[in-house]
Write a protein that binds this ligand. Structure first.
Ligand code: FES
Length: 104
């Protein structure tokens, strides 16, 4: 397993908002769902779209800005067409308001 990497602070991410980070040149997206932090790959599995530019809908889905496909942020499951490939999720932990992520 990889190391925990400090990626930001909870205070930076509004509720139901996205927050892009780059880890080893890879696009990752953080989310704040009702105060709980999640992380997924930041690029859609359907095409080269930056999910941090998408919208959080239904409290737990990220809607891709390009073709409006959706993924469950908590599991990475592809929920709405045209997305079929799941999104990779990354474990996160919060310590004193600081977000750490371990690349999956
Ligand atoms: Fe994301 Fe097509 S690129 S739905």
């Amino acid at each position: 397993d990889g190391e925990w990497i400090k990626v930001g602070s909870v205070a930076d991410i509004d509720e139901d908002d996205t927050y892009p980070v780059e880890i080893d040149g890879r696009r990752v997206c953080l989310y704040n769902l009702g105060g709980e932090i999640f992380a997924t790959d930041g690029t859609c599995t359907h095409g080269d779209a930056d999910l941090s530019l998408g919208m959080v809908v239904d409290s737990c889905l990220i809607e891709c800005p390009l073709h409006e496909g959706t993924f469950d942020i908590r599991s990475g499951r592809a929920v709405g067409a045209p997305c079929t490939e799941p999104l990779r999720c990354h474990p996160v932990k919060v310590e004193q308001g600081v977000i750490f992520l371990r690349p999956a």
